[in-house]
Design a protein around this ligand. Sequence first.
Ligand SMILES: Nc1nc2c(c(=O)[nH]1)N[C@H]1C(S)=C(S)[C@@H](COP(=O)(O)OP(=O)(O)OC[C@H]3O[C@@H](n4cnc5c(N)ncnc54)[C@H](O)[C@@H]3O)O[C@H]1N2
Ligand code: MOO
Length: 394
Amino acid sequence: MITVEEALTHVLALVAPLEAEPAPLIQAAGRVLAAPVVARRDQPPFPSSAMDGYAVSAAQVAPGDRFTVIGESAAGHRFAGRLGPGEAVRIFTGAPVPEGGRRILIQEDVQREGDVITVGARPDAAAYIRPAGGDFAVGHALEAPRVLSPTDLSLIAAMNCPVVQVTRRPVVALIATGDELVMPGETPSPDQIIASNSFALKALFEAHGAEVRLLPIARDTRESLTTVFGLTEGSDLIVTTGGASVGDHDLVGEVAATLGMERAFYKVAMRPGKPLMAGRMGDAAMVGLPGNPVSSIVCARIFVVPMLRRMLGLPHGPVPRKHARLAVDIGANGPREHYMRARIEDGRITPFARQDSSLLTILASANCLMVRAPHDPPREAGADVAYIPFGASD
Ligand SMILES: Nc1nc2c(c(=O)[nH]1)N[C@H]1C(S)=C(S)[C@@H](COP(=O)(O)OP(=O)(O)OC[C@H]3O[C@@H](n4cnc5c(N)ncnc54)[C@H](O)[C@@H]3O)O[C@H]1N2
Ligand code: MOO
C-alpha cells in the first residue's frame, strides 16, 4: 500500500491542464480565468461628480458665497462649456465635471433662487470629485488564474471586456456500480439500497468546476461494466464507485484493465479509502473510488478535487490543513492515515465515536476531518491535531 501523499502525486500525474476557451461574461461566473483581462479604458473615463449638487471653480467656499448657474451636466450628457469664477453648473452623480470645476457643492448645502445659488452655513469640506482613472486605468490587469467571482464579473464588465478566456470545464463521467443499487424514488427489492454516492460526488465536482455526466448504474457483471464504461467517451476523467475491493463481485479493476486501463496504483494506506485505484484509460484518467459512502466522498475530496484543480490550472497541492486542540483523549491510530469525521467548535475538536465508513449521518453532522498519521500514539485532550474543514460550505 502506498501513502496518501504518494497516491496524490500519482493521481495528479494522470491529468494535465486543459485548454482555454472563450466565454461570454454573462456565463463566466465560477469559471477559471485562463488569461489576464486588461482594461480597455479608464474608469471613470473623466473626472466625475460623486454627488448631486453644483460644480464650481472655487477650491474653497465660505457661507454666503454666491454663484450663477450657467448650465447642467447630467450622467451621459456633459456640460460643454468651461466654468469661470462666480459660476456654477448644476451637476448630478456620475456626470462629467465641467472644465475648470474644482469641487461640488452638494445641493443640501446651498439655497437656490432662480439662477443664483448661495452657500449655506456649514458647507461640506469634501470636493466630491472622482478623478479620471480613480478606480482603474487603461492597462490595469485582472490576473489569471482565478475563479471568477460575482465582483470580478462587474470589474471585467467595467473594463469593457464582454468575452473572457476561461479554462474548459473538465468533463467527469460518474459511474455507480453494484447489483444492490437503485435510484432514489425507485422501489428497491428487499436486498437493495438506494444509490447515494453519486449525488455528493456530482455536487462536489460541479462545485469545483467540473461538468459531470451521471451514467447509468453498472451492475456487478463484466458485460454491464463494459457497456457503461463504453459510455464514457469524450470525458477527461472517469470516476467509479464500488466494486473496488477484493470480493468475488468487485470487478471494476478487472474490467477496466481489460478495456486498456494502465493502473498507476491500487490501495492506499488511508482510512476510509483503502481500496482506491487510479490510472489512465484511453484519453481519460480513471479513479476507482471505494463503494462505502463515506470512503467515496472523502477520497473524492482528497484526490479527485486536486485533479480537477490541476486540470483547471489552479494551485493543486494537498488539501490545506489547519490545526486545533483536541477536546477529548483519543487512543492510538492504526497503520492507515485516518480521516476522522469530527466537529470543531471554539477551536476545540471532537472526533465522533463511530467512524464506520458507511455512516452518512455522521459525515453530515461533521464540520471537519481530523487527520491522524499512521501509528499516531494516544493523544490527550489539549494536544495539537491537524484537520481539514469539511462541512456545508467546503
Ligand atoms: N476482505 C476484505 N473486505 C473488504 C476490504 C478488505 O480490505 N478486505 N476492504 C473494505 C473496505 S476498507 C472498503 S472501503 C470496502 C470497499 O469495497 P468496494 O469498493 O468493493 O465497494 P462495494 O463492496 O461495492 O460497496 C461497499 C459498500 O458501499 C455500498 N455502496 C456501494 N456503492 C454505493 C452507492 N453508489 N451508494 C450507496 N452505497 C453504496 C455497498 O452497498 C456496500 O455496503 O470494502 C471492504 N471490504
Ligand atoms: O477504507 Mo474503507 O474506505 O475503510 O471503509
